[in-house]
Design a binder for this molecule. Structure first.
Ligand code: ADP
Ligand code: ZN
Length: 618
């Protein structure tokens, strides 16, 4: 589309396609900008969080530009589902990867050569073969979309060597725009991706990484199997994932859930590929409700209705924690997460770190551990800290984490904060936590005496608390952005502008002191997320929802696709609210486009009608 088309022309046309093919009435933040940029031939780098709607950004242009959109995706296990989902939306899609039989691959080639495919999914290893890339030349490629683009960066946490050859695309297809998408972008990774893919002054988009629909909580470990069981029991019937740090723990938890009558499966690297795929499929298809997994699980999961995530152990890094919790709520409906952790987790991770051979690796691992501990230990809004990891400012007070919903009690520590900030100030903002804590506690260590810091007015002003207490307060002040390290994780503290205002009494500081585990266990974290809801929370609505769910499952089985490909939970909720009895009303529900209406309209409308007339679910 060119800019000199009629005023609302391009916009109107995109909106119509959005409505017809995807059943959505408006774009998510920045989607339209990305689509327009692609259509005008400009490269794109887009960092959008999971569930941000990346696939639409390249699927929609595929409908417009007439040629072939090539999507590079590392997740072979996911490709079929992605293609099925696109086809459900009426887009001519296909894939080529090593899992296809020769016969099927030949058939796909025929379709491609005849120009009947708009969207082609490929694995990176296939594209890494020069001969294969050459064979794409004749197919009228109009866009390369690189999914999970952070895999090209060694700074990313999922580096894949075969992504490196994607750097060849620019030279071999100089006129074809490249659009890179990722949900993991620190600035470093972003720069790296742009450089390695040789993007040419790309439109660079970052939306907020905030997943506002996810509730975060951290709870001290007490009897973790029981804690997990209690949590899962509150979510009976809802799909979710439990992450554990070892295979043994995975097996134990899966057994205990199984005994308690949950449909749970274990998943870890000890199973053969085939068996892993079977277990993953069972989860994706709603046949089991819980997967208990090591970190090996999840990259290939596109399931949109995961409603809860449990971390049974401290995660390795905040990045991993963000990605793992991020597998919940892709459909934008509320989800609840909890992390259980105890001191033993820390010693286990330290044990592994100490055995790392390369000093730099060890240091990186140690820094990651400190970051995740700061998150777990502090009394600062969890969302603020998580987003801080992506250099994103959040004011705190999110209202949807345990800290902000009072499940851990906050106290005012302004005075104590001022004492320790003052110690930092009076010693020239050069010292680390231990020394500062010694000063306020009044510990006359050799170092304190040598430096004459026992002469300071702040010496001993905080002797009512011990050193550990002050260290933890220092961590809170650091997490809250009142103190910052000069350089590197072990260097001294300097006072930030926010810290200065606090020192001068211009603002107050509160942090959390934990309640006992017993109290936490009984708290319904869900209060935070449920009850935002409307009439649909009623019992009758729930029955209709379950009815539509079973209709969806039947359809999914018939078509041999995962249920969410038919309709997301969000769409089901909308159907429950709308209770459509005619096609127009059904089209008003987000996620219902013309293709899906034509395919499933009759069955869904029939189900709603018979439900409303008091008959049971068909
Ligand atoms: P990502 O790949 O960024 O994690 P997806 O492409 O899987 O996200 O999209 C997440 C969910 O959001 C999907 O269920 C998708 O249908 C939905 N979605 C995408 N764009 C829109 C939109 N404009 N309006 C409503 N829902 C959308
Ligand atoms: Zn919060």
């Amino acid at each position: 589309m060119s800019p000199d088309e009629p005023a609302d022309g391009p916009h109107g046309a995109l909106l119509r396609a959005l409505e017809t093919h995807f059943g959505f009435s408006s774009f998510r933040p920045r989607q339209e900008e990305i689509v327009s940029s692609i259509l005008s031939g400009r490269d794109v780098f887009a960092a959008l969080p999971t569930g941000g709607g990346k696939s639409l950004c390249y699927q929609l242009p595929a409908l417009f530009n007439g040629g072939l959109t090539v999507v590079v995706s590392p997740l072979i296990s996911l490709m079929k589902d992605q293609v099925d989902a696109a086809r459900e939306n009426g887009i001519a899609a296909a894939y080529l990867n090593s899992s296809l039989s020769l016969e099927k691959a030949q058939k796909t080639w025929k379709e491609l050569s005849a120009g009947r495919v708009r969207l082609l999914y490929l694995s990176p290893e296939r594209l890494s073969r020069p001969a294969f890339r050459a064979s794409l030349q004749g197919l009228g490629v109009t866009l390369f979309a690189v999914d999970e683009a952070h895999c090209i960066s060694e700074w990313g946490h999922e580096f894949r060597p075969d992504y490196l050859t994607l750097g060849e695309l620019r030279g071999e297809f100089p006129h074809v725009p490249i659009a890179a998408f990722t949900a993991t972008a620190t600035r470093q990774v972003q720069d790296d991706v742009i450089r390695r893919l040789k993007l040419h002054s790309p439109l660079t988009v970052r939306t907020s990484f905030d997943r506002s629909e996810i509730y975060y909580a951290v709870t001290p470990k007490d009897n973790v199997e029981k804690q997990i069981l209690d949590f899962v029991a509150r979510h009976r019937g809802e799909p979710g994932i439990v992450y554990r740090s070892s295979r043994k723990a995975v097996e134990r938890t899966a057994d205990s859930l199984d005994e308690a009558g949950f449909r749970a499966v274990a998943y870890h690297a000890g199973f053969e590929d085939e068996e892993r795929r079977r277990r993953q499929d069972a989860f994706v298809r709603d046949e089991v409700e819980v997967v208990v997994a090591t970190i090996a699980f999840g990259m290939g999961i596109d399931k949109s209705n995961v409603r809860w995530i449990v971390h049974g152990d401290l995660p390795r890094s905040l990045e991993a924690y963000y990605q793992e919790t991020g597998r919940a709520a892709r459909d934008g409906e509320p989800a609840e997460t909890v992390m259980f952790y105890g001191p033993k987790d820390v010693s286990t991770i330290r044990y592994h770190i100490e055995r790392m051979e390369v000093p730099e690796e060890r240091e990186r691992a140690e820094a990651r551990l400190l970051e995740v501990l700061r998150f777990a230990d502090s009394g600062i809004c969890r969302r603020k800290l998580l987003l801080g990891h992506f250099d994103e400012e959040h004011p705190g007070g999110c209202g949807n984490c345990d800290v902000c919903t009072d499940s851990v009690a906050a106290e005012d520590f302004t005075e104590q904060a001022q004492k320790i900030l003052s110690a930092a100030h009076r010693t020239g903002e050069r010292f680390g936590g231990y020394h500062l804590a010694d000063i306020v506690c009044g510990n006359a260590t050799d170092r304190v005496l040598d430096l004459g810091h026992n002469q300071l007015p702040t010496f001993g002003v905080g002797s009512d608390h011990d050193r550990t207490w002050w260290l933890s307060l220092l961590r809170d002040l650091e997490s809250g952005g009142y103190l910052a390290r000069k350089d590197g994780p072990r260097s001294g503290f300097r006072i930030t502008p926010a810290g200065r205002s606090l020192l001068r009494g211009r603002n107050r500081f509160s942090a959390v002191r934990r309640q006992e585990p017993a109290e936490l266990g009984s708290r319904a974290g869900r209060n935070a997320v449920v009850g935002q809801g409307a009439p649909e929370d009623s019992e009758e609505a729930e029955r209709l929802f379950q009815c539509l769910r079973s209709v969806r499952l039947k359809l999914a089985r018939q078509r041999n696709v995962p249920p969410y490909v038919i309709f997301s939970d969000k769409t089901l909720r909308a159907l429950v609210r709308e209770r459509p009895t005619d096609p127009e009303a059904m089209l008003r529900c987000p996620g219902v486009g013309k293709t899906k209406l034509a395919r499933y309209g009759d069955i869904v409308l029939e189900a709603v009608r018979s439900f409303l007339s008091g008959q049971s679910c068909p």
